[in-house]
Write a protein that binds this ligand. Structure first.
Ligand code: FAD
Length: 441
């Protein structure tokens, strides 16, 4: 049975096809058209929202992975769409190249990550989709369609973040940078001091983010800068902090908090007491990603950069009322604005606020309250994470919404790549109910 990473989106009766070649993928799409079955594509299944769910057919590109070719001089790599991000680091480094930025983890597929606007942090760095130089899709009838800034520029503008609604991406060309090494410095700071100094911290570091621990005044800061220093993988120390403390020990604490929710504030304060300063140096692709073994559900909002601090303060006041049992830190990041029609960063430099809840613990009321605060500050939801917006609400947030809907109609007039969730999202069907836990019949 297909399930997403958090286990909250499940399709017990849906067939998952894994074509071994682009020709087989074309055959599968033509067969689905003859059978009049809807098709959704899955990457690594790491989205929290039910983007992949369908009662038709799920197509996985797990057998279509790897680098096709690299033009080292131009700094461009053609990559099969199912390729996992972790597999790209060393493959590109062998040619002296690297991705400009990555998100918090590296297990997503390149097509899945770009299709939802997945991002890392850094006010001069766009989301991963901004690293795309060209795209290749297979349409519902198995036809190949290409896009780049010069070849079908509308499809390029709309197709880089498209939620799998335009066709199946088979190939992505990435614009790369020369390999670089990063020094990551972790520290502890007071939340208000961090917010007051945010402008300086963001300007001074290539990438900067912080995690605020609920029920405390403390944040964990993370700052990455390019360095020539020798690689210092920190061996067992890194394993201790990244795997044992952040995953095994934190997972055990979450189980305690789930069993006794009244202990959640104390657990968060205990975690804050363990924060300390540390540094590490390694290849960029190794330094940017972390291991996430503790399962959770997540909501994330992209806000105009100047509204982030006020939104966070309101969320903090909400949490101070202690209506919700919370242990997970809130994550606060920066992303450069871009010109991709459905990118949450379209037209504005942004701050991203993410809130999490441990699996099996209630998140709906907490996420609803955070959503109301972030909407009030001009927030746009992360497409891969939990939110309850649909149709007209989303249309108001995206200046090129109607252009995207017209592009979707042009690319997939029969609606083969639609699902009830996408129909609601795009305002093609009336909102039946807010999207929560999802299971297809
Ligand atoms: C532990 C964890 C950490 C995360 N960290 C971050 C983070 O740091 N930053 C961030 O922004 N997000 C983060 N996310 C969210 C995640 O990056 C996105 O949800 C991303 O889309 C997941 O990629 P995936 O390969 O699993 O795609 P899936 O979830 O499988 O699919 C996502 C979308 O892409 C479409 N798609 C997939 N493959 C194709 C294809 N070949 N052609 C066309 N469409 C396709 C799907 O149809 C779907 O609409 C995190 C999620 C988890 C679970």
């Amino acid at each position: 049975m297909w399930k997403n990473w958090s286990g909250y989106v499940a399709c017990p009766h849906t067939r998952v096809l894994t074509p071994g070649s682009v020709a087989e993928l074309g055959d599968a799409l033509r067969q689905a058209a003859r059978d009049e079955l809807p098709v959704r594509v899955v990457g690594a299944g790491h989205s929290f929202s039910p983007l992949v769910a369908t009662e038709g057919v799920i197509v996985s590109l797990d057998a279509l992975q790897g680098v096709i070719d690299i033009d080292a001089q131009a700094g461009i790599a053609r990559v099969r769409a199912g390729t996992r991000l972790w597999a790209l680091g060393e493959a590109l480094a062998a040619h002296g190249l690297a991705m400009e930025n990555l998100g918090d983890i590296n297990v997503q597929s390149i097509a899945g990550a770009t299709s939802t606007g997945t991002h890392g942090t850094g006010i001069t760095l766009g989301n991963i989709a901004t690293q795309i130089a060209a795209l290749k899709f297979l349409s519902a009838d198995g036809r190949e369609v290409s896009a780049s800034p010069t070849e079908d520029p509308h499809l390029f503008a709309g197709g880089r973040v498209a939620l799998g609604s335009l066709g199946v991406l088979t190939e992505i060309s990435l614009r790369l940078v020369p390999t670089f090494r990063l020094r990551l410095e972790r520290g502890k700071m007071d939340l208000e001091e961090c917010l007051a100094r945010a402008g300086e911290l963001v300007a001074r570091n290539r990438s900067f983010e912080f995690y605020w621990l609920p029920h405390t005044d403390s944040v964990l800061t993370k700052a990455w800068n390019v360095t020539d220093e020798a690689v210092d993988k920190m061996g067992w120390q890194r394993y201790l902090s990244d795997v044992i403390l952040e995953n095994t020990a934190f997972g055990a604490l979450c189980r305690v908090g789930k069993a006794m929710p009244s202990l959640c504030p104390a657990i968060s304060r205990f975690c804050a007491s363990l924060l300390s300063r540390s540094t590490q140096v390694d290849a960029s692709y190794s330094m940017l990603s972390t291991v996430r073994q503790v399962r959770f559900n997540e909501m994330e909002w992209s806000l105009p950069a100047e509204r982030g601090a006020d939104a966070l303060r309101e969320i903090r006041a909400l949490i101070a009322r202690r209506e919700f049992p919370l242990m997970f830190p809130l994550e606060y990041r920066w992303v450069r604005g871009d010109d991709i029609w459905l990118s949450p960063n379209y037209g504005r430099d942004s701050v991203h606020i993410s809130v999490h809840q441990y699996v099996g613990m209630p998140y709906e009321r907490y996420f609803d309250a955070v959503q109301a605060i972030c909407l009030n500050h001009g927030g746009r939801p992360h497409w891969g994470k939990v939110h309850t917006l649909a149709g007209p609400q989303l249309a108001r947030l995206y200046p090129r919404w109607d252009d995207f809907l017209a592009l979707r109609e042009r690319m997939d007039p029969s609606g083969r790549f639609l699902s009830p969730y996408l129909r609601t999202l795009f305002g093609l069907d009336a909102v039946e109910r807010p999207w929560r836990r999802h299971e297809t019949a």
